[in-house]
Design a protein around this ligand. Structure first.
Ligand SMILES: [Zn+2]
Length: 427
């Protein structure tokens, strides 16, 4: 753990506890970068601060500190274990303990955090009110990302999501006061909070959304529920501790809806349809491509069959069988395989030695089972291994069917391998 000077133990006074609207404040530098300085980023601790440090699921504030005539950016704010708030600075600050400092908080970022955080209180309370689903954790993403809560339940239906979203927004529209008050632990237990923190402190800070929710929290919240703006629920997914519900509030909900609208508009334009007809059009397109795939497969099957018959017809029969050798430059290995199957399933016993030079190049050796006489016919698997092993290719198979290839991007000529194989069996 870092050591912060030799100052006596004094917790930083947190101005945001009593005023989450405070954006400008004056204070005094209590301590500068922790020692040893070479291990740390420039940072200061102040006597009091309005900057919120990352905690309780809420992300820290950013902003500026003006000290010793310099305005320095605050890039991160964190809690120490002994209750102090550390402001990490973009540039080293002059080591001026005791100097007056003026703090300014990035107002937009804070507004966003207050909307997401208060929205989370409303959402968690609505899940309890309607379905007794307790929230076990909260995560606030950065400004362009989702926030999420994890509920201690195995699943949440889309009807439940819609109902909770409706109820939560009703609370927003009613613009209920959001108040902060401090009570003793005994008092808090009597009040029946939605969530009671572990027994650490005697005094608890309560956030009350009038006649709707009461919970202990150290975060920053809006003054009335209307300032949340709106609550938009998004995806749900199964997680280890239950079900995760993604949501966005206020300005984020508007930005997210704008992004969704742009994406959907683009999709609609590509499909030459109206926005809400996009799913139906996609369903149709998917059916069309399935049908076309089937037609293509049938056509290729017929083409392979016709090419196989033509090649067999052109070949003289020797020792009661025909040998077809063929290299395809414009057909892939799947077609080569199909062609070999057609050759070997025709009426006359036959051997097919086929190559595809398309990427990735490959070889298929096959023979009709009736052509396979243990004494007089070659073993296709052995023949393939023989020609491939010399060039580092991989493949194998049975006596009647074998398939293999050469490493992708290699300069090995599969047509040459094909000629070698043909030569071996005297074709
Ligand atoms: Zn809170």
């Amino acid at each position: 753990m870092r050591t912060w000077g030799t100052k006596p133990f004094i917790m930083t006074k947190r101005l945001y506890y009593d005023s989450s609207e405070l954006r400008e404040f004056d204070s005094v530098v209590e301590d500068v970068s922790p020692s040893p300085p070479e291990q740390s980023r420039p940072a200061v601790i102040l006597r009091e601060t309005a900057f919120y440090p990352t905690s309780g699921g809420q992300v820290h504030d950013t902003g500026w500190l003006t000290l010793g005539g310099e305005r320095v950016r605050v890039t991160e704010v964190a809690d120490t274990e002994d209750g102090k708030v550390v402001h990490y600075l973009e540039a080293p600050a002059p080591p001026l303990v005791g100097t007056a400092v003026h703090g300014s908080i990035d107002p937009e970022r804070r507004r966003d955090h207050m909307q997401q955080h208060t929205g989370q209180h409303v959402l968690s309370a609505a899940f309890i009110e309607l379905y007794q689903m307790p929230t076990v954790s909260f995560h606030m993403g950065t400004s362009e990302a989702y926030c999420s809560i994890d509920l201690a339940v195995p699943s949440v239906s889309s009807e439940q999501i819609a109902a909770v979203e409706k109820r939560a927004n009703q609370i927003v529209f009613e613009n209920r006061p959001v108040r902060v008050r401090y009570v003793s632990r005994a008092e808090a237990e009597r009040l029946g909070l939605r969530k009671l923190p572990p027994a650490e402190r005697d005094e608890l800070r309560l956030i009350e959304i009038a006649d709707f929710d009461l919970s202990a929290c150290g975060g920053t919240h809006v003054g009335a529920s209307g300032q949340i703006g709106s609550i938009l629920l998004r995806k749900t997914e199964r997680v280890r501790q239950g079900t995760r519900v993604e949501f966005v509030c206020g300005g984020r909900a508007v930005r997210m809806a704008r992004r969704d609208y742009s994406a959907l508009s683009e999709a609609a334009a590509l499909l030459s349809t109206q926005l809400w007809d996009v799913p139906e059009q996609i369903r149709k397109s998917a059916e069309d491509s399935k049908l076309m795939r089937k037609q293509k497969d049938d056509a290729l099957d017929q083409l392979a069959e016709l090419m196989a018959l033509a090649d067999l017809h052109a070949q003289p029969e020797t020792n009661g069988r025909k040998i077809v050798v063929r290299a395809f430059s414009d057909r892939n290995i799947s077609f080569a395989k199909l062609f070999a199957q057609k050759v070997t399933r025709a009426a006359t016993p036959a051997i097919a030695l086929v190559a595809s030079t398309a990427d990735p190049p490959g070889l298929v050796f096959a023979q009709s089972s009736q052509a396979s006489q243990p004494d007089s016919t070659p073993d296709m698997g052995a023949l393939l291994k023989q020609v491939l092993s010399a060039v580092g290719g991989r493949g194998g198979g049975s006596r009647d069917f074998a398939q293999g290839g050469v490493p992708a991007g290699s300069r090995i000529n599969v047509e040459q391998l094909l000629r070698e194989a043909a030569g071996t069996i005297g074709a």
